[in-house]
Design a protein. Sequence first.
Length: 113
Amino acid sequence: MILSAKQKVIGIDVSKDTLAVCFSLEDKLQHLEVSNNKAGFQKLVKQCSSESLYVMEATGIYYLHLAYFLYEQAVVNPVIIKRYIQMYLGKGKSDKKDVQWIKRYGEQNQVAS
């Protein structure tokens, strides 16, 4: 998939109960946390647009409901994201940092959906 000029990349870090979300709004990083359920998914798409490219790690089984909800969006092997972060010597482990790296990965790579 080739990212169009207007398409926003949304990075998502998935956990059992919540989704940590990172996106750019007027060139500023924005963070959002929504519940990992249908109501949270709807809030996410309403906030970020259905035209965005959603990039997330395949975290256990917790990403599956969101992946099915988004249907044609990208799910990235978590090892790829881990190696990507290591490649840039990224440090620190928090949902906020992780989701920024996931978003950056989606912006810099052709992510297949």
